[in-house]
Design a protein around this ligand. Sequence first.
Ligand SMILES: C[S@@+](CC[C@H](N)C(=O)[O-])C[C@H]1O[C@@H](n2cnc3c(N)ncnc32)[C@H](O)[C@@H]1O
Ligand SMILES: O=C(O)C(=O)C[C@]1(C(=O)O)C=C[C@@H](O)C=C1
Length: 235
Amino acid sequence: MVDKVFEKSIIKQFEFDEEVASVFDDMLNRSVPFYKEMQRLSINFACNFLDENDKVYDLGCSTASTLIELSKHCEHNLELIGIDNSTAMLNRAAKKAKAFGVDIELINKDLHDVNYCDAKLILSNYTLQFIRPLQREKLVKKVFDSLKDEGIFIFSEKVISSNSKLNKQSIDEYYEFKKTQGYSEFEISQKREALENVLIPYTEEENKKMILDAGFSHCETIFKWVNFATFIAIK
Ligand SMILES: C[S@@+](CC[C@H](N)C(=O)[O-])C[C@H]1O[C@@H](n2cnc3c(N)ncnc32)[C@H](O)[C@@H]1O
Ligand SMILES: O=C(O)C(=O)C[C@]1(C(=O)O)C=C[C@@H](O)C=C1
């Protein structure tokens, strides 16, 4: 289904509710520049580190697109676990996983309330940005503690520039991208308002500092388009 969620005036802040979940794959593909390229790159990097029966978590898995793609492209059998606190998203994730014949354990919980263990890879694309800053560092530390030695954390985030002039230009560039995806200026402004103080982006440097402060030995950017970045961190 086509994303028309913000064609009407907003009556609440952005939520991953039934209306959003019903159009989410379209929303993501049209709202995150090079989403498919990012997903494929993340999977290619992940597959280089994975072995038979490794455990993989996706934090904020939404409709499980990434775990399904990982399963299709990785030569090894993997233990796949998707976590999300949106029932609407997980309902669709369960249907998609069944349709693709992919065995995924789906956990409907807040990311803070799950005990992750013995993971070789943890994914989290465009999710940390929705976690309150004070909780975010705590969650990343939990990710670090949950990974096996030399485990991998691959995550993607919307990012801001520390230079206000460049940040303004990045935002303008992003909204021009959205227009190329068929969103009207009204939809763009309504979504911006809905996301105010719900999606809280860090700079690229702040993300990397958060990762290194959690104990990771290495973190680098493997993909970036203006104000969206994908990072890989090694325990
Ligand atoms: C932008 S979507 C992630 C997209 C997904 N990773 C992908 O690449 O298709 C953010 C997801 O994180 C989930 N989420 C946000 N905060 C959460 C929390 N505290 N606990 C669990 N899930 C959360 C939302 O329900 C939503 O499905
Ligand atoms: O920042 C925006 O305007 C977006 O639409 C980005 C974003 C995201 O990065 O998660 C916001 C909400 C949806 O999950 C899809 C895309």
